[in-house]
Design a protein around this ligand. Sequence first.
Ligand SMILES: Cc1ncc(COP(=O)(O)O)c(C=O)c1O
Length: 459
Amino acid sequence: MSTTMVSQDLIADYAERFAGSQKRYEQALVSLAGGIAHDGRYLKPFSLYVDHADGAYKWDVDGNQLIDYAVGHGSLILGHNDPEVTAAMHEQLDRGTHYSAGHEMEIRWAEQVQKVVPSADLVRFTASGTEANLLAMRLARAYTGRPGILKFDGHFHGWSDYLIKGEKPPFESPNQPGVPDDVLRTVAVLPPDDLGALEERLVQGDIAAIMVEPSGASWSMIPLPEHFLQNVREIATKHNVVLVFDEVITGFRWAPGGAQERFGIMPDMTTLAKILAGGMPGGGVGGRAEIMEHLLFKDEPGWNATKKVIHPGTYNANPLAATAGYMCLKRCENPEVQQHCDAMAAKLRAGLNTVLEHEGVDGCAWGESSVFHLILGHRCTNRTAADLHTPEGIDPATLKASGKAGLGTPLTIAMALDGVDLFNAGGLLSVKHTAQDIDFTVEAFTKSIGRLRASGYLS
Ligand SMILES: Cc1ncc(COP(=O)(O)O)c(C=O)c1O
């Protein structure tokens, strides 16, 4: 493969090709704080504005077609506009979107989660993944009578005051703007490679729950040490601490029953969102009956006042999300969905690493299941022209920051110019991504390396 010399000025090319997006971003800045609706969508000099999407593609406001590796922040494993899901949603739309009451679809949705997620004896729906984790923490505290939560460096569990601690490097940073110190003090953050420190912390006896992304931080950006999940499972059991798998990304993606099915390790509670709601806003918690019991109203004297966990929420299990979620989960029950996505992601990771080998550029593509991450400009000591699970030679904080720091942004811009929309300099696959799409992406990556060289980002 050879690199293509395209231009001397990446940013000027980007501004020219995506002029309609730039115009909308400038307009957005006047009314939308920061011009964006989600920090993850921030891109300097501006992010893309999309007009419509279908299957594995989206089209921006200037009519440029892009292969979409963001797929609804990971929620659209069936791709955009799956005909079965959208037909059911249209039908539901005509019958109302909010009944302020129970409805058939919320039961079918919960039954489907219960059927496929091993740890879900009972289910409660929320409006997002962040809310699912808030509820899981509250349930764990009520069940154990302890206040503390323990999590790991870089693991992302949404934007709540509690779980934002230790998410971004430097992981040990003691404060978060806008979050009270008293809240931060209730959360312990540890590196995942020090089980001794974990045991030592649990001996203090104040921890209610251990929260884990079972893929490793940010959908496998920082892979977990070998046997980590098994070891944490045993330690949590020994100290009677509730183990929560945050399967907001991995749920229905790592396997029909999520990472817990793929790795054969049972958490006490599981938090879900994204694929759970088929691309609509929604989340949920599934868990052991004796923990979930704290959501029940009981006639037992004193229970409702002292044991019952409060959980309202206007949009919990709204009929449209329940319909999209149920239809999507029925399809995800077939392991061919995950097998296809995994195979395409493995082909992509191998193809990207092959380009880097041939071009002699430092960096690597890595990941697990149907996701991939990319870093450039850092030497990965175990990269070959093949798939890669755990990059060596690059520290965890650098891996975690790679989406936006260093060459993450120029790479994202270059790939957009070559017809590919990355997500945090990586992405997630759907059933709609084909082998041809992967070949196109690998070719685009070769061209993008050329762009980065021509504009001085890479030598
Ligand atoms: C692992 C994980 N947990 C929780 C969340 C938060 O979910 P939501 O954005 O629905 O609040 C996310 C979002 O990306 C996530 O990736």
